[in-house]
Structures are given as structure tokens and as C-alpha cells.
Design a protein around this ligand. Structure first.
Ligand SMILES: [Zn+2]
Length: 229
């Protein structure tokens, strides 16, 4: 069991990158952290979100949450953006290579590239405050480019969350077991009919239709049983 801080980038007044059709990075990454949290917790991991709604947090807030909680790992969720909207691909950013951050970055990169069918933009080093000041292995995921129209149209936040969960679990030598959510009690269909009874004799069924129509049920009709397919 490990303690994971999942950090949805941006939020509140900071929407992050916004695609041509209006999808906001801040919303996508929030949905993704929720899915990762759900899956990690189902698999016995302990999770803390830096933000659980559309609120603004600065970098220091995020670092403090992770350090004060003594997290084992810090994972920051983002999407990339670029003026040239043909650019695509996924990269993971860490403070420096040759440590557990890089190991986690590798699991993330493998998982995301395989399942997003995304171009490999590699594991990059950068001296961002959020990576430098967190005291545990820390990564920033830049999953695909929201500035790319195909990505914006097709990108699934739930899938993003699922892949990150798989990578995080691989980091602690676990394989994701997803226990499906119970189906809602009312299945989804086009509509419903109400059945009033079963009659062996057709005449008897017709008589019942007339009786019910007289009582005010205008749409009563006979349906053969078993129904023809
Ligand atoms: Zn971002």
C-alpha cells in the first residue's frame, strides 16, 4: 500500500489549455483524477486529491498538500497544448532522471503510449517548483495535446484515469483489478409497456380490451404471446 497524491492541474480561474471546441484541460484532468482515485482505492492504495472540484490552487498549495501528508508519490495530471494544432504526443516530466520518479515516469509512459496510440515525446527533465519541492517521487503527465482537434474530439478522461491507475499499480507491483460498478436498477431501454394479463382465448382478450377502454384506458391493445420476433 502506498500513499498517492493525485494533482489535477489548473482549476477555478485557471482553465488550463482550452481546445477549439471548448473542452477545458482543467475539467478533463479533474475527471481523470477521480477515475484514478476510484481505481487505486479499489486496489488498496491510499489517495489524496489536491483539488476535488473546480477551484484554483497555486503551486505552493499543491506542494504543501503532498509534503504535509507525507505522500509516497505525487502525480500531476495535465494535457499539452501548442499553437500548431497538428502536433500530438505524450510526454512525462520529472525533475531529474535516475531515480524513482523516472521509474514511475516509465510505467506511465508505457501505459499511456500503448493505450492512447500516442506519439512518444519522451521523459523530460525540468526544474519546475512542483517537481523540485515535493519531497517524494513526482511526475507531471502531459497526456496528448488538447490543441489538436482529433484529440479534443476523442480524448477520454476516464481512459486517462484508468491508464494512470494501471501505471501507478505497476509501480507498487500490483495489477489493476476493476470491480465493476453495480448496474442501475432500471435498465436503459427505449420505453416501457404495462402488461395487464394473460389470456388463452383471443375473444376473451378482446373483451378485456373493450372493458378497459370503457374504463378510460385509451391505448389498450392485444399483443400475441409469446411475441413473434
Ligand atoms: Zn496543464
Amino acid at each position: 500500500m502506498a500513499k498517492w497524491v493525485l494533482d489535477a492541474g489548473h482549476g477555478g480561474s485557471d482553465s488550463g489549455a482550452v481546445g477549439k471546441y471548448g473542452r477545458r484541460e482543467a475539467d478533463i484532468v479533474l475527471e481523470a483524477v477521480y477515475e484514478t482515485k476510484r481505481l487505486l482505492e479499489r486496489n488498496g492504495e491510499v489517495v489524496l486529491l489536491t483539488r476535488a472540484s473546480d477551484v484554483y490552487l497555486d503551486v505552493k498549495d499543491r506542494v504543501d498538500i503532498a509534503n504535509n501528508w507525507n505522500a509516497d508519490y505525487f502525480v500531476s495530471f495535465h494535457m499539452n497544448s501548442f499553437v500548431d494544432n497538428s502536433v500530438s504526443g505524450t510526454e512525462i516530466v520529472i525533475f531529474e532522471k535516475g531515480n524513482k520518479s523516472e521509474e514511475l515516469a516509465r510505467f506511465l509512459k508505457d501505459e499511456l503510449l500503448a493505450n492512447l496510440k500516442s506519439k512518444d515525446r519522451g521523459i523530460k527533465e525540468a526544474s519546475y517548483t512542483i517537481l523540485r519541492q515535493t519531497k517524494m517521487p513526482a511526475v507531471i503527465i502531459e497526456a496528448e495535446f488538447i490543441s489538436n482537434e482529433d484529440v479534443e474530439k476523442n480524448f477520454s478522461a476516464i481512459k486517462y484515469g484508468y491508464m494512470v491507475a494501471r501505471a501507478c499499480l505497476a509501480m507498487v507491483n500490483k495489477v489493476l483489478i476493476d470491480i465493476p460498478i453495480k448496474k442501475p436498477k432500471t435498465p436503459t431501454r427505449e420505453g416501457w409497456r404495462i402488461c395487464i394479463g394473460y389470456y388463452r382465448d383471443y375473444e376473451e382478450a378482446e373483451d378485456e380490451v373493450i372493458r378497459l377502454q370503457n374504463e378510460g384506458f385509451k391505448d389498450v391493445y392485444v399483443v400475441p404471446y409469446p411475441e413473434d420476433n
